[in-house]
Design a protein around this ligand. Structure first.
Ligand SMILES: NC(=O)C1=CN([C@@H]2O[C@H](COP(=O)(O)OP(=O)(O)OC[C@H]3O[C@@H](n4cnc5c(N)ncnc54)[C@H](OP(=O)(O)O)[C@@H]3O)[C@@H](O)[C@H]2O)C=CC1
Ligand SMILES: O=C(CO)[C@H](O)[C@H](O)COP(=O)(O)O
Length: 471
């Protein structure tokens, strides 16, 4: 006889690292009967220690773990993205039955999710991708979650997800986003925006430290003050705190001891790759990806600074001007990410609701910011808005911040200080607000050397000119 009384858990988590363990503890806090599995015994001990108030039990034997789950079984994966997800699925498959649900909550590439949905569907298993954001603390106390795919499966776990999500105005920061791999796509773009905002903050840090000669304490005060106003955001909040953190070993500020080579796990690069594929420019995000990569050429940078001389120029800007430039550029980073979502929604038939996305990003996630309320309101007025710059309220904000943005960027360019994200953001704005670009010349050049043809502004049709016959 089946040992029915042993099947006592509503949900099982695979991967009890930073995210999985904390999300499981969050679920247990909300009263759900949940359990976890990890191949690493240390992680199970950690789960049981941290979850002792809930008698949380963990497993290192996957068969025992699966046998304890209520049917249909619901499994959440929070293991490193890539081949590990496939190997966990391969281990699970012989232990599961038709109708069971696997939710991949890691940062998987959306094309992998598409493939897995198809593969598992053939076996009668439900699979859906769900991006999660908020880091360790978010997972523990309320993340933002971006599920997409199999709606029937989503509805089985909806109550759990809504209970553990961050709340803004009592609304949970989770909602079903759309079919296919839309959940993982939206999370990827979230991370692209995250890269852009982090890069902009890092460039501000460079200006404050090198261009204005501010101490870490002064930099802390600037970020702290900004975080109390229109720029309020999670990323500024944690950035301010970083400048107060002491390294006990050296009794110096830890930030000064950290090597200036930025690493990444790939989601920013994927966002840029997809934007090229969809021919939808997101230059601020691209610069953020590229500048992390450039930072890794440390020894080359050191030798070239020796060759060209250290730039000690001071930058003539005020903190208020800098704040405006950051606000302008941050708005553009969100606008570019949302524009990519609009394009992807059309291309992949995701039928994304941009208002819903803005709504679930207002709390719990890494890119939460008070400006997300403005974004939410813009889509509230017009959910078919093609680009955030098309919203009249956002236009008013942009107009009142453009002058200072130009001033900061010109000052940095004149001082020879690299600000790739700021500079490309302004150029993006200037180009996007230009009705007639010089691109007619590119068409003429293409037609000249390759007979690629062109269209005309005065009549319809496709044309070719005999350029060698110059009159
Ligand atoms: N950290 C963050 O802020 C965020 C992370 N994510 C994503 O969530 C996912 C998990 O991230 P995170 O929790 O940080 O990663 P961790 O490395 O902290 O945790 C992953 C856990 O999975 C375990 N694991 C690896 N392989 C297997 C396997 N075959 N079977 C069972 N367990 C296994 C690991 O064990 P071992 O270490 O022994 O290999 C580890 O305990 C990733 O896709 C990540 O990109 C998403 C949002 C935020
Ligand atoms: O998804 C996340 C936050 O939203 C993860 O923290 C992710 O690892 C961040 O990306 P990277 O490691 O490339 O900086």
């Amino acid at each position: 006889m089946a040992n029915i009384d042993l099947k006592k858990y509503k949900l099982g988590m695979i991967g009890l690292g930073t995210m999985g363990r904390n999300l499981l503890l969050n679920m247990a806090d909300k009263g759900f009967s949940v359990t976890g599995y990890d191949k690493d015994l240390k992680m199970i001990t950690k789960l049981e220690d941290e979850g002792k108030d809930h008698n949380l039990e963990g497993f290192s034997d996957i068969k025992k773990f699966v046998s304890q789950l209520e049917i249909p079984r619901t499994l959440v994966l929070l293991v490193p993205a890539g081949p590990i997800v496939d190997s966990v699925i391969a281990e699970l498959k012989p232990l599961l039955s038709k109708g069971d649900i696997i939710i991949d909550s890691g940062n998987s590439h959306f094309t992998d999710t598409n493939r897995r949905v198809d593969e598992l569907e053939k076996e009668g298993l439900h699979f859906f991708g769900m991006g999660i954001s908020g880091g360790e603390e978010g997972a523990r106390f309320g993340p933002s979650m971006m599920p997409g795919g199999d709606k029937e499966a989503y509805n089985v776990v909806k109550d759990v997800l809504e209970a553990i999500a961050a709340k803004v105005d009592n609304d949970p920061c989770v909602t079903y986003l759309g079919p296919g791999a839309s959940g993982h796509f939206v999370k990827m773009v979230h991370n692209g925006i995250e890269y852009a905002i982090m890069e902009l903050i890092a460039e501000v840090y460079g200006i404050l430290k090198n261009g204005l000669g501010y101490s870490n304490e002064e930099i802390y005060k600037v970020f702290k003050k900004w975080n109390e106003g229109k720029l309020q955001s999670f990323l500024l909040e944690i950035t301010a705190e970083i400048f107060l953190f002491k390294d006990t070993e050296t009794n110096t500020d830890l930030v000064d001891q950290i090597k200036d080579e930025a690493r990444s796990k790939g989601t920013g690069k994927w966002t840029s790759e997809v934007s090229m594929e969809l021919q939808l420019p997101i230059p601020t995000i691209n610069e953020a990806v590229a500048n992390r990569d450039l930072s890794k050429f440390k020894s080359l940078r050191v030798s070239l600074e020796e060759a060209f001389g250290k730039n000690e120029s001071k930058i003539d800007v005020t903190i208020d001007e800098l704040e405006d430039a950051f606000y302008f550029s941050m708005i553009s980073a969100y606008a570019q990410g949302m524009h990519l979502l609009v394009q992807a929604s059309k291309e992949y038939q995701y039928n994304l609701n941009l208002q819903d996305i803005a709504k679930i990003w207002r709390g719990g996630c890494i890119i939460r910011a008070s400006f997300l309320e403005n974004i939410y309101q813009a889509y509230n007025k017009n959910n078919d808005l093609e680009h955030l710059f098309g919203d009249s309220d956002i236009q008013d904000i942009i107009k009142s911040h453009t002058k200072n943005t130009r001033k900061v960027i010109v000052a940095c360019v004149n001082a020879g200080v690299g600000i790739p994200a700021f500079a490309s953001t302004l150029t993006y704005f200037d180009t996007l607000t230009t009705a007639r670009m010089p691109s007619n010349l590119i068409q003429a050049q293409r037609d000249f050397f390759g007979a690629h043809t062109f269209e005309r502004i005065d009549k319809p049709g496709i044309f070719h000119a005999d350029w060698n016959k110059l009159s």
